[in-house]
Design a protein around this ligand. Structure first.
Ligand code: ATP
Ligand code: MG
Length: 315
């Protein structure tokens, strides 16, 4: 058996069509103009996969798209960043998911058609696929109804084939926050929510109490705290780490997915938990130096140059 991939990412795939400099707000029966438009690879899971690959890891993606031009775009973008797409499922009857975002200053109004992403489920994945990797990363639970109430079985499958695992649930657009952490976290090595998500998931108003309520279920609880850095809990100890300060943030899109990529890239190489956390913070901060979630991640050399020049990071 060859573990040909360092990381297998299971998750949602979509394109983002972003309109900038929009002249007003859309209204039924009227038309407005936008001075700029960008079509990019969307989805948290894809940003993480792409950045893991740019960090030099061998990455494969398992996801579902339609047989359409957006699906081709997704495949092309993933391939260009070195992500293996041979396990992607193309469904003739479904459309590739798409988000249209209207950008107003720092905020956005968005509309999403989930399409094929919401049809990926446990039955699409088998042990043979997971056996090809060393680590499973799963993201965006609430955007993938195919895994509702059974995502723990995916993680259990990963554990049965002897690979390590990480989970970032991301936001719940319906704000139900229905996920049984006690069921899934025993199979998760690294649980990586952000602080708001963790509070919502546990129903506790305070991050420390939220961590307290789930500590020791997964091996590592790693909580992302935006411009305050991150907090990690493992082996009965808590490690708070300040961020790498970026005084000129371009945007914070994908900072969390980039943090995941940084943490996981060190984790699968057997680095210490503190090294993983520091590298997560670094890669999260690097993401904020360019537009979008993948803009700063061309290749390892370029990434480490930003690390040295902007953040004084020494390997
Ligand atoms: N303004 C910033 N300056 C420096 N570092 C940052 C900044 N914002 C985020 N980071 C780094 O990136 C990490 C992840 O960011 P954040 O906490 O925003 O994740 P998230 O909420 O999951 O993001 P996402 O919207 O991508 O899902 C932080 O823990 C921090 O280390
Ligand atoms: Mg996030």
């Amino acid at each position: 058996m060859t573990r040909e991939f360092d990381v297998i990412v299971v998750g949602e795939l979509n394109v983002d069509l972003i309109f900038n400099q929009v002249n007003g707000f859309p209204e039924v029966g009227k038309e407005i103009l936008s001075d700029h438009m960008t079509l990019t690879l969307g989805s948290s899971s894809a940003i993480c996969a792409s950045n893991l690959s740019s960090l030099g890891l061998k990455v494969a993606f398992i996801g579902k798209i339609g047989n359409d031009i957006f699906g081709q775009f997704v495949i092309d973008k993933l391939n260009r960043s070195g992500v293996d797409t041979s396990m992607l499922m193309i469904d003739e009857n479904l459309k590739t998911g798409a988000t249209v975002a209207l950008s107003y200053g720092e905020d956005r109004a968005m509309i999403t058609h989930q399409g094929a992403m919401s049809h990926l489920g446990l039955d699409d994945i088998d042990e043979g696929q997971l056996l090809r990797g060393k680590h499973l990363h799963f993201s965006s639970y609430f955007f993938q109804p195919g895994f509702k109430n059974n995502v723990h079985r995916l993680f259990e499958m990963a554990k049965n084939v002897g690979i390590t695992t990480s989970l970032d649930v991301q936001w719940d657009p319906a704000e139900t926050w229905e996920l049984n952490l006690n069921q899934v976290l025993p199979f998760v090595d690294v649980f990586i929510p952000n602080e708001v998500e963790l509070k919502k998931l546990t129903g506790l108003p305070n991050v420390n109490r939220a961590i307290e309520s789930i500590k020791n279920i997964s091996r590592f609880v790693v909580v992302k705290c935006g411009s305050s850095g991150s907090v990690m809990y493992y082996d009965n100890k808590e490690v708070r780490l300040n961020p790498f300060v970026n005084k000129e943030v371009v945007d914070t899109i994908g900072a969390g997915d980039s943090f995941n990529a940084g943490f996981i890239s060190k984790f699968i190489k057997g680095a210490t938990p503190e090294e993983c956390q520091e590298f997560g913070n670094l890669i999260g901060a690097i993401s904020t130096t360019q537009a979008g979630g993948t803009g700063a991640f061309k290749n390892l050399e370029g990434i480490m140059e930003i690390a040295r020049n902007r953040f004084n990071y020494q390997e």
